[in-house]
Design a protein. Sequence first.
Length: 123
Amino acid sequence: MVMHIFYSFDNGILKYVVIGQYDFEEVYPIINESLKDPHFLPGTNFLIDVTQSISNRSTEDAYGFIDFLGSRDEFKGSKIAVVTPRPTSYGLARIVSVYLEELAISLEVFRDLADAEQWLKNK
């Protein structure tokens, strides 16, 4: 699959931008790498921008993502904003958010990047 994923740190937010078609198995190693970056600090919030992605996700992908996030202490107590324009991705992210509440991870899904960034900045 053709995919590009970039990450950067900006004012306490770890931002991921995913471009093209992706598989979560390709994304997880990059997320793990970013968590080892010296700029990563406890309490960092996360923004995942998939507005330039063309992949369709399944419920199996959603449950795999829940398992991945739940297995990493770095996400506990954090806020995660997902930005997507696609209705199916939006709906799956909402399902993920419900499961993550039980793991002390707050995930919200947005259609607009500015709204997602504002939510992450609000304590």
